[in-house]
Design a protein around this ligand. Structure first.
Ligand SMILES: Nc1nc2c(c(=O)[nH]1)N[C@H]1C(S)=C(S)[C@@H](COP(=O)(O)OP(=O)(O)OC[C@H]3O[C@@H](n4cnc5c(=O)[nH]c(N)nc54)[C@H](O)[C@@H]3O)O[C@H]1N2
Ligand SMILES: Nc1nc2c(c(=O)[nH]1)N[C@H]1C(S)=C(S)[C@@H](COP(=O)(O)OP(=O)(O)OC[C@H]3O[C@@H](n4cnc5c(=O)[nH]c(N)nc54)[C@H](O)[C@@H]3O)O[C@H]1N2
Ligand code: SF4
Ligand SMILES: [Mo]
Length: 893
């Protein structure tokens, strides 16, 4: 913050987004202006940031923020809101029992918040009904870790990614989802590291890999079991390590013998060439130093636990764990997914890696002085919302997550929230979920909150406030502590977040003779020391030292200290494709958006790489259905339907579809992926199979299209059957729409959009092509632009959108406004390739056409890829594509 002398003060904090946990330096200026840079000494990123981290400064405005509590939509004081939440929870519990209430929380809370939430629900309300969006994300890996290692322990660290000779990406699109780590591995690859990608899609991660196995959806267990069988056949396992440190090897071998494990049989079942499987197995056998990263393609599956275990089995059998450059590595998604797992945010765990075993449960209850502490696990996310829907749960408090968008079968989730007698939502902004809230509580957001998060390598880092709290927003832990105290519970009276952290650290050390999750070295931090805490990896010993790598001595957290291999059997997807739904719908992430877009959707630069919902489909599947690239397509499953722009690409397998998960009612109500996704879960972990739902697709066949540019954002007008998308631009909001109705519908929409527009109106109409173009100009400034057509032809929007930044429209701009472009010039930049330096596809193509043959060369000419580098794989792909077209050799590196 500015220190009064006008000088900028740089605050060190941690990025708001992914589990890489990059250190960020924010130099705070006037108001909420902030210059963001990577923290050069943070061990997770050493100064690097990806496109999302770099754009954090564009997301801290107060537009759309919740700034005061509301009750039934009316502003209320904190005293009123706290009293009401406490009373309704107490009354509900008194009438219907402890299990009639629930918390649904998130990996985007701080560890301190998470600790308080868990203490309140499990300790004092006495119900297990607290679960987290990590159920959608990490639950399968957690269950696999517990079975194999005795606790939810991530063995490795980022240094292992530098040291590995081979990195296997299993259902992990690191190039887009953990970009800063991916850069690090690209650097290692330049030194000779090998990359194998296992993913049904040819992602940007797969594009530059040494080997890509485009396996059939959900066939991972078969592939990894085949690997283990192959390693055994060639004698490439570590019999000494197994003898000393691993149980159950023989049971696993016996289970492997139940199937034909020949490479050819495996390849056939996985739908990939025999040579590719053989190459993978050879690479794995050759490289002692192997890291197997696994992410949502593994976890988000009805056999997610088995996928994790089959990966871990291969590592245990080869002794590739607890050694430099060798481990199975479940990489976390959210900034504090790990903190949530540590503090017991999941319904089936207690705090500090303790479970519901009676001695664990009693220990936690003793520590808290909470005799009512829950004795049994609560409902996991999917079951929890089922219970909300059927009335067993009558009061729910949602914090830092947007379940109306992010849970599968979101139609049913919305019904549940609508039916629930009492819904509390703590968030920073209005979301699709706050629409269902009886009480909305304004939480501090990134840039204001202060506390700790744990990244993928168990590293605890501080998030620190850059700005004072806006409006009456408060810290989540404080909001909950006040409700707890009002409910009459003792033990929630901390003076500050340092006090919460100290108590949490003390719990990890409490009667701890065997638990690796131990923060004893941090359990006496003064508020000052807590304020200055440097990034450190747990366990933190009493002398304050962190631990980069676990299991170095081959000892695990099981009773006998030995790891367990667990037999796994391949199964198909939970729901098979059928005649009516013959395709497999896969969902996931795009490079520049974060989940439900409540923050990244505020940064126009992040909205241009993929501006609207899309569905990827293989060219032959598209042709068979009359689908053109760029046309709207309707995707239907047994749960619902959506409309998205078809991207026809051979990076997709035949028979598979892919849709990003990000769009919401606020941006594209008909493009929400989770309206389609079936809530099939892994029976052990309760994690849903987001990566596969039987689906069909057809052309939407719009009869008219149009766009409307204005300064303010509009929601899709109700009552009309439209495909509506909003795309934020620097100086205006771009609204795109399409419909299948007639002139009556178009006129109805025009009426709604243009109501109350002031200024001089210029109009162009051409009855023959059904084109109607209008612009409103007031005092020299563009107010709005509305283009509609029945011919399908519309100009590019870039130039028009930029005109909104002009204070005084030039005569030239006025005269050509309704053509949609300046005379002669073509202003369309194409989709944004480099979000950091704002370089569009057209400029990149031009550089390639002019002779640039490597991402570096393209970077020299255009600047693209020279900041965070997230777009380098895409540039490499564009070079390859251009070379393939012109049949000249490409050198892509
Ligand atoms: N840009 C961006 N980055 C993010 C996030 C974000 O929203 N945006 N979110 C963060 C979070 S919370 C998470 S959890 C991580 C997720 O990070 P990732 O797991 O990398 O992301 P996803 O795109 O969900 O899925 C990864 C891949 O799994 C593949 N897959 C689908 N089915 C299968 C299968 O049966 N087998 C295999 N092997 N692969 C399959 C998909 O095709 C997809 O490419 O990203 C984090 N980082
Ligand atoms: N189809 C499909 N669906 C998926 C997935 C998929 O791959 N496919 N992936 C799943 C995964 S892995 C994940 S992690 C989830 C993510 O899904 P969500 O958790 O629903 O997504 P976010 O948009 O990150 O929601 C976070 C919310 O918390 C708010 N927020 C941010 N910081 C704070 C804070 O400090 N306090 C409070 N109170 N609020 C805050 C934000 O404004 C935002 O509304 O989505 C899951 N859903
Ligand atoms: S990789 Fe990007 S999103 Fe993830 S923590 Fe680093 S800067 Fe943030
Ligand atoms: Mo996630």
């Amino acid at each position: 913050m500015a220190d009064g002398s006008g000088a900028l003060k740089a605050v060190k904090t941690t990025c708001a987004y992914c589990g890489v946990g990059c250190g960020v330096t924010g130099a705070v200026g006037e108001g909420r202006a902030v210059a963001i840079a990577g923290d050069a000494v943070h061990p997770a990123n050493l100064g690097r940031l990806c496109s999302k981290g770099s754009a954090l400064g564009a997301t801290v405005g107060l537009e759309g923020r919740l700034l005061e509590p509301t009750i039934n939509g009316k502003a209320a004081s904190w005293a009123e809101a706290t009293a009401l939440v406490a009373k309704r929870f107490k009354d509900t519990i008194a009438k219907h029992g402890r299990d009639s209430v629930a918390f649904y929380v998130s990996g985007q809370l701080l560890t301190e918040d998470y600790y308080v939430a868990n203490k309140l629900m499990k300790g004092f309300i006495g119900s297990g009904n607290i679960d987290t969006n990590s159920r959608l994300c990490m639950a399968s890996a957690v269950a696999a870790h517990k079975q194999a290692f005795g606790a939810d322990l991530v063995p490795g660290c980022y240094e292992d990614l530098d040291l590995a000779g081979l990195v296997v990406f299993s259902g992990h699109n690191a190039a887009w989802t953990h970009p800063v780590l991916f850069r690090r591995m690209e650097a290692a690859k330049a030194r000779g590291q090998k990359h194998v990608v296992i993913d049904p899609r040819r992602t940007d991660t797969a594009e530059g890999a040494d080997l890509h196995l485009a396996i059939a959806p959900q066939s991972d267990v078969r592939l990894w079991n085949g690997l283990l069988a192959d390693l055994i056949r060639r004698g490439a396992i570590d019999r000494d390590y197994i003898a000393q440190h691993v149980n159950n090897f023989d049971q696993v071998v016996a289970s492997l013998l139940e199937m034909d494990q020949s490479v050819s049989a495996v390849a056939a079942d996985c739908g990939v060439p025999v040579e590719a499987v053989q190459d993978f197995y050879d690479l794995f056998a050759e490289h002692e130093r192997t890291v197997s990263l696994f992410s949502m393609g593994a976890n988000q599956s009805a056999q997610g636990v088995a996928k994790g275990l089959s990966i871990i089995n291969a590592h245990l059998a080869t002794g590739r764990i607890g050694k430099p450059g060798a481990c199975p590595f479940s990489i976390t998604g959210q900034p504090n997914a790990m903190g949530g797992r540590e503090t017991g945010g999941m319904a089936n765990t207690l705090a500090g890696h303790m479970d519901f075993a009676p001695e664990d449960r009693d220990r936690v209850a003793r520590f808290w002085g909470a005799p009512d502490t829950a004795r049994a696990p609560g409902l996991k996310a999917i079951e929890m919302f089922e219970a909300v829907r059927d009335g067993r749960i009558k009061a729910i408090w949602v914090m830092a997550t947007n379940p109306a968008v992010s849970l599968p079968d979101s139609g049913a989730i919305r019904e549940a929230l609508a039916a629930c007698p009492f819904v509390v939502v703590s968030d920073c902004v209005e979301t699709d979920t706050t629409a269902f809230a009886d009480v909305k509580l304004p939480a501090l957001g990134w840039g204001e909150k202060d506390g700790t998060v744990t990244n993928s390598e168990r590293r605890i880092s501080r998030q620190r406030a850059l700005f004072p709290a806006p409006g009456r927003a408060r810290a989540d832990w404080k909001i909950m502590a006040d409700v707890a105290t009002t409910m009459g519970f003792d033990g929630f009276g901390w003076a500050n977040n340092a006090g919460v952290f100290r108590e949490w650290a003390r719990l990890t050390a409490y009667e701890n003779t065997s638990r690796l999750l131990n923060l004893s070295g941090l359990s006496a931090l003064t508020p000052e020391a807590y304020g200055e805490l440097l990034p450190i990896q747990w366990p933190v010993t009493a002398d304050g030292k962190g631990t980069p790598r676990l299991f170095v001595d081959g000892r695990f957290q099981t009773l006998d200290g030995r790891a367990r291999m667990v037999p796994t059997r391949p199964r198909g997807p939970a729901e098979a494709v059928t005649g009516a739904f013959p395709m497999s719908l896969n969902t996931g992430r795009i490079r520049d958006q974060w989940h439900t877009m409540t923050r990244t959707g505020l940064a126009p630069d992040l909205c241009r790489h993929a501006p609207e919902p899309y569905v990827e489909i293989h060219p032959e599947d598209a042709q068979a259905r009359g689908l053109r690239d760029g046309a709207l397509a309707r995707v239907i499953t047994g749960r619902g339907e959506a409309v998205a722009v078809a991207k026809v690409t051979d990076r997709q397998r035949r028979g598979d579809l892919f849709m990003p998960m990000h769009w919401t009612d606020a941006f594209a109500p008909s493009g929400r992926a989770n309206a389609l996704v079936a809530p099939n879960i892994d029976p052990t972990s309760g994690q849903p199979e987001f990566k596969h739902t039987p689906a069909r697709i057809s052309a939407y066949r719009e009869t008219w299209t149009g766009f409307f540019l204005t300064r303010s954002s509009l929601a899709s007008p109700g009552g009309l059957d439209l495909v509506w998308r909003r795309i934020p631009q620097d100086a205006c909001q771009q609204h795109e729409f399409a419909g299948r109705g007639d002139a009556v519908e178009r006129d109805a929409l025009r009426k709604i959009l243009t109501k109350g527009l002031a200024g001089e109106l210029v109009t162009y109409e051409d009855a023959a092509s059904g084109a109607r173009r209008q612009a409103w100009i007031d005092d020299g400034c563009l107010v709005a632009v509305l283009f509609m057509t029945t011919s399908g032809r519309l100009p590019a929007r870039d130039w028009l959108a930029e005109l909104f930044a002009q204070d005084d429209l030039s005569a030239e701009a006025r005269s050509t406004l309704l053509f949609g472009r300046p005379p002669g010039a073509v202003a369309d930049k194409g989709p944004m390739v480099c979000a950091c330096l704002k370089v569009g596809a057209k400029a990149v193509d031009a550089a390639i056409a002019a002779g640039a043959r490597t991402p570096d060369a393209v970077g020299k000419v255009t600047g693209a890829g020279t900041n965070c580098g997230s777009c380098r794989p895409e540039i490499a792909r564009m070079i390859k594509a251009m070379a393939a077209n012109s049949k000249e050799p490409a050198h892509v590196g």
